[in-house]
Design a protein around this ligand. Structure first.
Ligand code: NAD
Length: 509
């Protein structure tokens, strides 16, 4: 099909068999709407040109939950048409009105947190408690950016030579392609959609193949909250490379906001380079967790459990490497093994579960390979270390210590419930080991001496450092990495500015 045909308008897209939907088990009638499983283009749910479907699996059982429409390049281009058609009006919508709509999105997500959490637990496998926290965290981006939408202030300066004035105004950057991963299917979407909408941009969301339902549910919530058709379009696809490449090579698209692996981030930066598209990249991490001798062990263990086990370790901010000073090391390891060993492994959607399933068999294989490599190179297994038998994709909480410096797990993101612990004597040595990675997303420090902690935080080559805390994420804070963990920031005012372009008007005064 030619691009012209594809651009004939979103409403023409093969809609004949559109209208499929999914009901979260146990919530029939309570949800208020069934989750559409088609593509969202121009405010309509459409089947797409290809007519194909992508199976959505429950990682806790491996069984198929339902299927969603499989978007093609033509659907991606039609989504750009729809985003373009809506762009001018949305940019001209008064900020207060945009804010009111975003506030409604916030309230709607909070009101519907129960079934949204169950939906996330079903398609992602994470524990219901983690899923619920994610829904509330995701909703907060709508609230925060509802508040930010009315504070996109410009600048007026006197030119240094006197006389002339420098007027700066922040305009919407234009149509944005938002690409999200499966590990936080709600929060990674709202962390992009909310600032894009607050800034006055229209967008195309390309969710991860593994977790499309959460994105589609959010799409319906947005429509019901009053987001006009075409402002947010959602295209699931089994061909992310082909569809995203076509979108990024359309000159109408001016922004790429990506969250995912560093490997895919590099590919997308190359694609974006062809049209010089502004790119915000939230990529992989390999977080170190430093515990100094003077730390409060109880607090450090609490923080470690959050930093390691939130989302069963499937988080870009997850503590990967624990560097613990010699005087406190043995106590820390004993307590960590006790706490990790007490966690209940099970299907995400069961209320008692504390550590849910991994996303797919490939994830289990990667975790097992990294653990086996560390053990083969001399590490000691303290807990876990063997994937559970199916059905479902489970790896138990695992602790290893005494690793050799060349263990792969110290360099590569494990993305699972595995804590690798190293002993150190000298703090300088710990800082050097912590910084010895291509990643630079988040780091954790536990110490009883705040001044020392702040000085260490300055020297850690990371975009975010948690000091005596196990969690960095906050919609009001600039989230992002240095080195190969990314470019730009999400959340806070910084996240809004990423969706704007500074327009300088030179004024003869
Ligand atoms: P991934 O890079 O495999 O996929 C992310 C998204 O990119 C998916 O939507 C996928 O369909 C799409 N994609 C894959 N190949 C593509 C291509 N060639 N062109 C265009 N799109 C493509 O990552 P994942 O496995 O879904 O997520 C896990 C990774 O995400 C981890 O590395 C994790 O650290 C990272 N992550 C980072 C942050 C952050 O804020 N820095 C947050 C969450 C996850």
């Amino acid at each position: 099909m030619s691009n012209d045909t594809a651009r004939a308008g979103a409403k023409d897209i093969g809609q004949s068999d559109a209208g499929q939907s999914y009901t979260v088990p146990g919530f029939a009638g309570a949800v208020g709407f069934d989750i559409p499983t088609d593509l969202l283009i121009g405010g309509d749910w459409v089947a797409g040109w290809g007519g194909g479907r992508i199976a959505v699996l429950d990682p806790s059982t491996g069984a198929e939950l339902t299927s969603v429409a499989d978007g093609t390049v033509a659907d991606g281009l039609a989504a750009i048409d729809a985003a373009e058609a809506a762009a001018r009006d949305w940019a001209a919508t008064p900020p207060r009105q945009r804010a009111v709509i975003l506030q409604r999105c916030y309230q709607s997500m909070v009101d519907q947190a129960d079934w949204l959490a169950r939906l996330i637990a079903l398609e992602n496998g994470k524990a219901l408690s983690d899923a619920r926290s994610e829904v509330l965290y995701a909703a907060e981006f709508f609230r925060w950016y509802a508040e930010e939408a009315v504070r996109i202030n410009g600048e007026l300066a006197i030119a240094p030579a006197g006389g002339n004035r420098i007027l700066v105004q922040y305009q919407p950057i234009g149509i944005a392609l938002l690409i999200t991963p499966w590990n936080f299917p709600a929060a990674m979407a709202t962390r992009k959609i909310a600032p894009a909408l607050a800034a006055g941009c229209t967008c195309i969301l390309k969710p991860a193949e593994e977790t499309p339902l959460t994105a589609l549910a959010i799409g319906e919530i947005l429509l019901r909250a009053g987001v006009p058709g075409g402002v947010v379009n959602i295209v699931n696809t089994s061909d992310p490379a082909g569809v995203c490449k076509a979108i990024l090579h359309d000159p109408r698209v001016r922004k790429l906001s990506f969250t995912g692996s560093t490997e895919v981030g590099r590919i997308l930066l190359r694609e974006a380079a062809d049209s010089v598209i502004s790119s915000s990249m939230e990529l992989g991490g390999n977080a170190p967790f430093l515990v100094l001798d003077d730390a409060d062990v109880d607090a450090a263990i609490e923080g470690a459990m959050v930093a390691k086990m939130r989302n069963a370790g499937e988080a870009c901010t997850a503590a990967n490497r624990f560097y613990v000073q010699a005087g406190i090391h043995d106590r820390f390891v004993t307590r960590l093994v006790e706490r990790m060993g007490s966690l209940k492994l099970g299907p995400g959607s069961e209320a008692a579960t504390q550590c849910g399933a991994m996303i797919n068999p490939a994830a289990i294989e990667k975790i097992a390979a990294l653990v086996d490599d560390a053990l083969a190179k001399g590490a000691t297994l303290r807990l876990g270390g063997k994937a559970a038998d199916g059905p479902g994709y489970f790896y138990p909480p695992t602790v290893i210590d005494g690793l050799s410096r060349d263990a792969r797990i110290l360099r590569e993101e494990v993305f699972g419930p595995v804590a690798a612990v190293m002993r150190f004597d000298d703090v300088e040595e710990a800082v050097a080991m912590a910084n010895d990675t291509e990643y630079g997303l988040s780091a954790y420090v536990y110490t009883g001496d705040m001044k020392r902690g702040l000085q260490l935080a300055e020297r850690l080559e990371y975009g975010m450092v948690a000091l005596n805390r196990g969690l960095v994420s906050d919609p009001a804070a600039p989230f992002g990495g240095v080195k190969q963990s990314g470019l730009g920031r999400e959340g806070s005012h910084h996240g809004l500015i990423e969706f704007t372009e500074a327009k300088y008007i030179a004024v003869d005064w």
